[in-house]
Ligand binder design. Sequence first.
Ligand SMILES: Cc1cc2nc3c(=O)[nH]c(=O)nc-3n(C[C@H](O)[C@H](O)[C@H](O)COP(=O)(O)OP(=O)(O)OC[C@H]3O[C@@H](n4cnc5c(N)ncnc54)[C@H](O)[C@@H]3O)c2cc1C
Ligand SMILES: NC(=O)C1=CN([C@@H]2O[C@H](COP(=O)(O)OP(=O)(O)OC[C@H]3O[C@@H](n4cnc5c(N)ncnc54)[C@H](OP(=O)(O)O)[C@@H]3O)[C@@H](O)[C@H]2O)C=CC1
Ligand code: HEM
Ligand SMILES: [Fe+3]
Length: 477
Amino acid sequence: MNTEAWQATKISTDAFPLTIHSSEKQETVCIFGTGDFGRSLGLKMLQCGYSVVFGSRTPQRSSLLPNGAEVMSYSDAAQKSDIIIIAIHREHYDFLTELTDVLNGKILVDVSNNLKINQYPESNAEYLAQLVPGTHVVKAFNTVSAWALQSGALDASRQVFICGNDSKAKQRVMDVVRSLGLTPLDKGSLVAANEIENYPLQLFPMWKFPFYLSAVLCVFFFLYCVIREVIYPYVYEKRDRTFRLPISIPNRVFPIAALTLLALVYLPGVIAAILQLYRGTKYRRFPDWLDHWMLCRKQLGLIALGFAFLHVLYTLVIPIRYYVRWTWNNRTATQAITKKENPFSTTTSWLSDSYIALGMLGFFLFVLLGITSLPSVSNMVNWREFRFVQSKLGYLTLILCTAHTLVYGGKRFLNPSNLVWYLPSAYVIALIIPCTVLVIKFILILPCIDKTLMRIRQGWERNPKYSESALNGKTDI
Ligand SMILES: Cc1cc2nc3c(=O)[nH]c(=O)nc-3n(C[C@H](O)[C@H](O)[C@H](O)COP(=O)(O)OP(=O)(O)OC[C@H]3O[C@@H](n4cnc5c(N)ncnc54)[C@H](O)[C@@H]3O)c2cc1C
Ligand SMILES: NC(=O)C1=CN([C@@H]2O[C@H](COP(=O)(O)OP(=O)(O)OC[C@H]3O[C@@H](n4cnc5c(N)ncnc54)[C@H](OP(=O)(O)O)[C@@H]3O)[C@@H](O)[C@H]2O)C=CC1
Ligand code: HEM
Ligand SMILES: [Fe+3]
């Protein structure tokens, strides 16, 4: 944080601690290090009613510290409190070994991050515990940035992952985290420190697979449509159809990507159910690939929703496109010249209005799924309500969008004249996964099968030996 911003924050906090009453004893917290993070955290603690003592190599020179905080040498400061926050980079921890006596029995809070994932053989917190063994090391605050501490920014950065071997020490630190208005999440023993330290270094870990999959789908279907709708007419009819590249073809790729990804959100659930039926138990872990796939369904669903939005936007502009208007005018003029009337067809009207209506209903539910996945909304519903929307209405969305595409295809569906170089229309390929998921799901909800699946989910087992072997740590398939 630059000094001006820092100065601004500092002045604004001269109006002093917000929550303390003179009678209550102020808890003292010691912070080692007067850098960006130490100062931000110290300021936040003062505002929340703590008294703060900084340890510094140069106490006399620490000008930028928040009003009301004391600063002294590391060993003097360590004696002022039993909670010491080490706001120092791991590379500079070694001097702490000289303070072993004064730190003995104290709670050391390791807030450090590294520059890259698994930079060291052990986590910084475990390294600190090795350096000063007589202390209780607790990992905390590393996922909160100095800036977020002051600006109270995004919700995500308010989550403070905690881990440590001593539960009392962990509890003390979680109380401090809560009193700063942050959300502590206990991740267990100090072994979890490595994962916690890697966390701020990851970039959208749950979005990687969905993004790559979407990119592959888009490229595949774009090239597929270019072959069918630009190259084929050029090779066989010497017609230039490149004008289809900016809108016509994207308005095939986006809806097809939306439908395929939507189906891929529900396919793992169906595979999981088949696995549970086949194994006759729910007590065996799903294979890793299925686990990871189940965990990133939300991201797949949200990307699918994004493609559906694009499809609706591209569809809205159909009537204003030159190519469409020219085709309509030309058709009208041809009819007038050839005096050939094109009789109104109720069936065609039914078909076209129904597929559009199905698309709109499907899109409405799609948006509802997206809204319920917003943390502020999903925190308001209980698990059953959430599952009802996400699973039941989710399947209804899939049914409507699949029906929308089927009716859109209508009679052209499997008409051989629609094949181009033996390639069917792109949407025919796009329908394979959604129809497969819906057919299997339909079989799974047949009462005879659903009853068995429900029993399995309530803990029944075809032969209990599986769970015993799983409990004895026997690996899964
Ligand atoms: C726009 C959009 C937003 C989405 N947002 C989210 C989101 O925020 N969070 C989210 O999780 N998903 C989200 N999804 C994905 C999807 O809606 C959900 O994962 C949904 O719950 C999947 O339902 P399902 O029936 O396929 O599987 P689930 O209901 O998750 O069940 C999957 C399988 O797990 C097993 N199972 C389920 N319940 C039990 C049980 N009680 N005991 C034992 N085994 C059980 C069964 O084998 C079941 O088939 C979103 C999707 C879309 C399109
Ligand atoms: N900045 C941020 O947003 C976040 C930082 N962190 C973690 O907090 C810790 C501190 O980060 P940050 O405040 O940005 O770092 P800075 O470099 O800004 O401050 C580190 C402080 O450590 C002290 N220190 C002690 N010994 C040494 C030494 N040998 N060399 C240099 N400094 C020393 C210094 O204080 P003095 O001179 O008073 O002794 C110095 O100001 C790091 O572990 C970082 O990973 C975690 C989350 C977010
Ligand atoms: C407001 C909602 C929607 C409307 C008005 C709508 C309308 C349309 C129209 C007019 C077409 C024909 C496009 C063309 O001929 O160029 C179409 C095709 C299609 N739509 Fe939608 N749609 C909607 C929502 C959806 C949703 C939510 C999905 C899937 C998740 C979807 C999937 C498809 C597919 C796969 C096609 C076939 C694309 C192709 O191969 O040409 N649509 N839709
Ligand atoms: Fe810094």
